[in-house]
Design a protein around this ligand. Structure first.
Ligand SMILES: *[C@@H]1O[C@H](CO)[C@@H](O)[C@H](O)[C@H]1NC(C)=O
Length: 252
């Protein structure tokens, strides 16, 4: 046997390239072909198939307020899965780049941290609720403890920006994959990033890498930040969609 007809790095590059192509086209196929449950017209989304985790209900949508705010009711059950151990229903630490968040406790005991302080709030104790400022890192959870029951919150984000899509998409994906735990991390990062929400548990440089690399790559292979099926309102077609349909114009 003589020498390979091509230098080793070219052979390696071709092998690596075809593997990458196969993998990404596989993902694209999978992501695009996935059958998604439609929640249009439904009252709420359970973020688990078993209905034993967190329930999301839009009280006032971004469309209702002309983009000024939107309000969601969150029912965080006693045993809900939490991003932090021992904190049922806790989200990963995060901040909203452009929105203030107003949390009212309707029932149960809320645990939360903002900055570094861990705090609690009871239903009825703080009638004005809690305001988390735009840019302030925070996480919420059910602090009822064992036998403490469910936690019911009403949360308003102001201004609405991308609206309830971030929460409805995370809930819908959780439902689709049986639990939020099973959703691809790439999908979750994309949805948070496009939802103008920064995960604060990772170093700033890592979040920059998410915005600069993960987001374009994920969208390039077919992931979407938000899926329109995961919306509890029957979406009325927007003017630009009608235009697209009538004239075949590209509205993007
Ligand atoms: C929720 O239901 C699923 C499926 O029945 C079960 O595996 C899981 O342990 C339940 N989670 C909680 C917190 O009860």
């Amino acid at each position: 046997m003589g020498r390979l007809p091509l230098p080793g790095f070219v052979v390696f590059g071709m092998a690596f390239g075809s593997m990458a192509l196969l993998m990404t086209s596989g993902v694209r196929w999978g992501v695009n072909r996935k059958t998604r449950t439609s929640f249009n017209g439904q009252e709420y989304i359970e973020d688990s198939m078993a209905g034993n985790q967190t329930r999301y209900r839009v009280v006032t949508s971004s469309d209702d307020t002309g983009g000024e705010s939107f309000t969601m009711e969150l029912l965080i059950r006693e045993g809900a899965y939490g991003a932090s151990r021992g904190q049922p229903g806790s989200q990963p630490g995060h901040l909203h780049l452009y929105q203030d968040e107003h949390v009212e406790v309707k029932q149960g005991r809320l645990g939360y941290w903002r900055g570094h302080a861990s705090l609690a709030a009871e239903a009825g104790a703080q009638d004005d609720g809690i305001i988390i400022q735009q840019g302030e890192a925070h996480s919420l959870w059910n602090a009822g403890g064992e036998g403490g029951g469910d936690l019911l919150l009403e949360v308003t984000w102001r201004p609405a920006r991308q609206g309830e899509a971030l929460y409805e998409t995370l809930a819908g994906l959780g439902h689709e994959y049986e639990t939020a735990l099973a959703v691809s991390p790439v999908q979750k990062l994309l949805t948070y990033a496009r939802g103008e929400t920064v995960l604060t548990g990772m170093p700033a440089w890592a979040w920059r890498a998410v915005e600069d690399w993960v987001v374009p790559l994920a969208e390039g292979i077919g992931y979407k930040a938000f899926y329109k099926q995961y919306s509890t309102r029957a979406a009325a077609p927007k003017a630009e969609e009608l235009l697209t349909r009538q004239h075949g114009l590209d509205a993007s």
